[in-house]
Design a protein around this ligand. Structure first.
Ligand code: SF4
Ligand code: SF4
Ligand code: SF4
Length: 248
């Protein structure tokens, strides 16, 4: 029977999440001891003709070609994992959904825009069934390992559905709002251990919105700091614009 066949694929993205996996170091070597890595463009040139036990797909769907490729990968995979914000929520690629596609094409390609047909940005689950989600831009290495183990064992992985602020409080960070800076932690789903705030930055909402955000509480916080709720809504669009009509 052999070890499970695992493959990594990329659609439209910066490949930063693949790089995160390639940079796992010793943890990656442990992973490689458990699986048979059959495709992974950043670390090997071989390809595989058979079925995949677990396929990790990074990047968003932004044209018909990438939609077809995703459907083919899905057909050949027992388990499909969407990893990275581009794949799980559309990510930064989703910003174009708020503009006319013809304007986007001409801005990028000038008078050759028609040569490069595009569709609105979609996350993977808006097209095919996704078995596991690893959110983040880029993904958090610890979560990648947890999801891989769950996928190999056939166990569910529950993405935390509470706000980044919960992790941030456990980490005893001084709140960015107290420093006069806007942060998207109150409406963003946790799971990164408040990675950015721990390192002196704000939360940009890269893991997507919690399913039931405490809107009243968030509005109260914003009022107490004399901030407009539209400011937060607009900032959330950096990563979450493709989810505006999402039914995840
Ligand atoms: S989620 Fe971020 S790091 Fe990962 S591929 Fe997309 S843009 Fe790059
Ligand atoms: S708003 Fe940002 S800085 Fe403040 S607690 Fe939440 S995550 Fe931490
Ligand atoms: S703190 Fe926010 S922006 Fe940073 S990794 Fe976590 S969810 Fe993403």
């Amino acid at each position: 029977m052999g070890r499970p066949k695992v493959a990594f694929f990329d659609l439209s993205c910066c490949e930063g999440c693949q790089l995160q996996v390639a940079n796992l170091g010793e943890a990656l070597l442990d992973v490689l001891g458990l699986v048979d890595l059959v495709e992974f463009r950043e670390v090997m040139s071989e390809s595989w003709e058979g079925r995949y036990d677990v396929a990790f797909v990074e990047g968003s769907v932004v044209n018909e070609e990438s939609e077809q490729r995703l459907c083919e990968i899905r057909q050949r995979s027992n388990v499909l994992v969407a990893y990275g914000s581009c794949a799980t929520i559309g990510g930064v690629n989703g910003m174009k959904n708020r503009k006319l596609l013809s304007d986007v094409q001409s801005t990028v390609y000038g008078d050759k825009g028609d040569w490069f047909p595009v569709t609105k940005t979609r996350a993977l689950h808006q097209i095919v069934e996704v078995d596991y989600f690893i959110h983040g831009c880029p993904i958090h290495p610890d979560e990648f390992i947890k999801v891989l183990k769950s996928a190999l064992a056939g166990l569910p992985y529950l993405v935390p559905d509470y706000a980044v602020c919960v992790e941030c409080k456990f980490n005893e960070n001084v709140c960015m709002y107290d420093k006069g800076v806007t942060c998207l932690g109150p409406v963003t789903r946790a799971g990164c251990n408040s990675w950015c705030v721990n390192n002196g930055n704000v939360c940009y909402g890269c893991r997507g919105m919690v399913s039931n955000p405490n809107q009243t509480g968030a509005e109260e916080v914003l009022r107490s700091y004399d901030l407009d709720a539209n400011l937060i809504a607009n900032k959330m669009m950096m990563y979450n614009a493709a989810m505006e009509q999402c039914d995840e």
